[in-house]
Unconditional design. Sequence first.
Lengths: 153, 83
Amino acid sequence: MTSVTIRIQEADFDIARETALLTQGRTDIGAVVSFSGICRGSDGEGISALNLEHYSGMAEAEIGRHVEEAAARWPLFGVTVIHRVGRIEPGQNIVLVLTASAHREAAFHAAEFLMDYLKTSAPFWKREETSEGTNWVETRAHDDAAAARWTRS
Amino acid sequence: MKVKYFAWVRERIGKAEETIEPPDSVRTVDDLIGWLTSQGEGYAYAFEKPKVIRAAIDQAHVKQDAVISGAREIAFFPPMTGG
């Protein structure tokens, strides 16, 4: 039984607090992997902020489907996925993935799997604010390739 | 049925959602894109490169040959850029 937390929120998150919530009262967890995605400011021209839009309802459902798949592929005790929406400035958090397992291998793999799918199939869209105006971020081919390597043949 | 639009698809069409009643000849997502394209300039602009557009039926991803009968909610959006 994997304990699952999925939240989409404007507010920031606290990694230490979320990790404590995932592990409290348990002694079977031997590994927690944490991935934080942070708004980067130094890409090319430099952005002043990202504005994140999402498809409410589907975003939670889609993340949930991938968490279920991760839990079927690796022996996970807990997963937390928090994705922020709204205006996010360089240096601020965008996304958090925590995976908990008995051993590190499952936790590392599951965190990477979840992030690869979040990038390509969770319904979120980023728009960049720059000094020139705003523009929608385009997908990167390497993100599709990263997700595709988890596809079972 | 209810249709939702996101990101630049929403901006080009000029609305986030609407209720539509396409004719019976519109059977698939692909047909619906074709029909919407004929509904005005904004729609034509949003769907000018139909292969780029992603679709969801009842909040799950579908391919463009998916049949839309029985769908409560269909969404159109550009490739996703979250994470």
